[in-house]
Design a protein around this ligand. Structure first.
Ligand code: CP3
Length: 333
């Protein structure tokens, strides 16, 4: 069994498996090389051979315990026929939503459109580099996808003013997302994903009174669905203030924490296996300071089932040598 599953399923402590969010990405020169020749990000995600190759790039360099498939949470809105582009130095930009089109979706064409992602998972899973490792599939949580679908770009600190105005549209999108995120999860598992992570990157935008409707209720349905397929599920509700309540309500198999969350408090209040936490900016520090911070997380969670990861994606300006240093330190701890 992979280290990741030993921690999540068997609650093992002191083995410290490690993978890193955005481990396949812009900090790697070999990724940038491929990206330069493939200017359309969506097309790149839908190229099964390149997607598999990019997924495996970090595993060739570092002793990581998981492969996370090279794709994006916005492939679901794309599969739902909303236009999705990634503009240089801007980020994602989505097109207008057509409510009639949303009504006329069908399962087969969604799966067909996203099929290269599933083929890439199959290729990754069959590669020797992933022997004894976990292949991680992922989805965006309904709330975070709703944010992108209505806001049409990253909300950074703020949603558009009339975000909540069209309650009919919001209800419609949430029900469509529930159905299609499930299909996307099932397709990934059928093709070899052994763990699912649910990214709720914008959970922190909501105040406590809106969390039940937009985060808790839709996420519970997905978590129960993944569990019913006998696959472990990790939730990452980035930026929420109350991880304890989230865990008690959602009951994921493991919880991924962000870098603004106090790990000591988490260690005291949460019994579930924990993942992540360290600030991605730490990887920009000198090795001595980096080492202190890595040890801090490992010490705090030393008698707790813990998967090492960052508290958000690795930054593009990270030196791959620092990543190497990090992985070796965690392995030798
Ligand atoms: O973790 C991995 O290595 C797997 C691949 C992965 C990507 N995106 C590749 C990617 C994963 C798991 C994601 C998830 C994702 N995508 C999230 C949730 C996690 C988070 O960051 O909060 C979100 C919100 C997105 C949406 C998205 N995709 C944004 C906002 C951007 C642009 C800004 C950025 O952070 O890069 C992307 C583009 C994207 N997705 C890139 C990669 C490698 C960069 C593409 C490029 O310009 O080369």
């Amino acid at each position: 069994m992979s280290g990741i599953k030993e921690v999540i399923i068997n609650k093992k402590t002191n083995i410290n498996p490690i993978w890193i969010m955005r481990q396949a990405g812009r900090y790697l020169p070999e990724f940038r090389e491929i990206r330069k020749k493939n200017t359309d990000f969506i097309k790149l995600c839908l190229n099964k051979d390149l997607s598999a190759e990019i997924t495996l790039q970090p595993l060739k360099r570092f002793e990581l315990d998981a492969a996370i498939i090279f794709s994006d949470i916005l492939m679901v809105p794309y599969g739902l026929n909303q236009k999705v582009e990634f503009k240089k130095n801007f980020g994602p930009l989505l097109g207008n939503l057509n409510i009639n089109e949303l009504e006329n979706l069908d399962e087969q064409s969604f799966t067909k459109k996203l099929n290269p992602i599933y083929q890439a998972i199959d290729l990754v899973k069959k590669d020797k580099l992933t022997d004894n490792k976990s292949t991680i599939g992922f989805v965006g949580a309904p709330w975070t996808l709703l944010v992108y679908m209505i806001n049409k770009q990253s909300p950074k600190k703020k949603l558009i003013d009339n975000f909540y105005q069209d309650t009919f549209l919001i209800k419609k999108i949430l029900s469509i997302l529930e159905k299609y995120i499930k299909i996307h999860i099932k397709n990934q598992i059928d093709n070899g994903a052994e763990v699912i992570q649910i990214f709720d990157s914008w959970a922190g935008l909501l105040d406590a009174k809106n969390l039940p409707h937009f985060v808790y209720n839709p996420t519970i349905i997905l978590v129960e669905y993944v569990k019913s397929l006998n696959v472990p599920v990790i939730c990452f509700p980035r930026g929420i203030k109350d991880y304890k309540t989230y865990c008690e309500i959602i009951k994921p198999d493991a919880i991924c924490i962000d870098y603004e969350t106090n790990p000591v408090e988490i260690r005291k209040s949460i019994k579930l296996p924990v993942q992540g936490g360290m600030d991605p900016k730490t990887l920009l520090l000198e090795k001595d300071d980096l080492k202190k911070e890595i040890k801090k997380y490992l010490d705090i969670f030393k008698d707790h089932p813990y998967i090492f990861n960052l508290g958000h994606g690795v930054l593009p300006e990270t030196d791959p040598n620092k990543m190497d240093y990090l992985v070796k330190l965690v392995k030798d701890y």
